[in-house]
Design a protein around this ligand. Structure first.
Ligand SMILES: [Zn+2]
Length: 205
């Protein structure tokens, strides 16, 4: 109840950003693509026949175009997470937009396309998000943050949080990064199995 109230307030304070979408649930993975982690995620998704959304850092796309192409070829959605994983608070709007555009170029140069953007750390000024919306982007946030990057989190804690917080339309946030690697790969199959058992349709954005 208190958490729901806090979330409502946060959404009021954070215009130009979507935290839940429709009735399905959406698995999202931030900060890749990297060869150490992303292929493991793709293997799990393929095993369960599930599609997901990858918010990618442009720099990583340019470093690992083969991993990027595998994400595309397997039918997942690729999306923009800025070129250098930057915090909006430290940039002017035009510098921020330029970094987002640079990521967009990397996505398109390697054969992808998207109009979905997730701000790194969720940190942007609202007018930076407005500027992106005016340029045709959808700002995709999340409502279930597994905090898989935190070494103190256990797979059990993450799973029970997903069970507690997931509702129709939920956007679940994971990371295909070195920091989350083992914890995330351990909990992901259990999360998918639980969602499927509960009758949720899992979709890519
Ligand atoms: Zn990120």
């Amino acid at each position: 109840m208190v958490i729901t109230f806090i979330k409502t307030i946060l959404q009021r304070l954070y215009p130009y950003g979507e935290c839940r979408v429709g009735k399905a649930v959406y698995l999202t993975f931030d900060d890749g693509p990297i060869p150490e982690v992303t292929p493991g995620v793709l293997d799990i998704l393929a095993r369960y026949g599930v599609k997901a959304t990858f918010f990618m850092v442009g720099e990583n796309i340019d470093k690992h175009p083969d991993v990027f192409r595998r994400v595309l070829e397997e039918g997942h959605t690729v999306a923009n997470h800025s070129y250098n994983h930057i915090k909006g608070f430290r940039y002017t709007t035009s510098a921020y937009l330029a970094n987002v555009s640079k990521c967009q170029d990397a996505i398109e140069r390697h054969g992808g396309q998207t109009r979905l953007f997730r701000p790194p750390y969720g940190r942007t000024f609202w007018w930076q998000r407005r500027a992106l919306v005016e340029r045709g982007y959808r700002i995709i946030l999340w409502d279930v943050l597994t905090r898989d990057y935190n070494p103190r989190r256990t797979p059990e804690e993450m799973l029970s949080q997903v069970k507690r917080e997931t509702r129709p339309g939920s956007i679940i946030n994971f990371h295909d990064s070195l920091k989350s690697n083992e914890r995330m790969l351990k909990v992901l199959p259990r999360v998918i199995e639980w969602l499927q058992k509960e009758g949720y349709e899992i979709k890519a954005l």
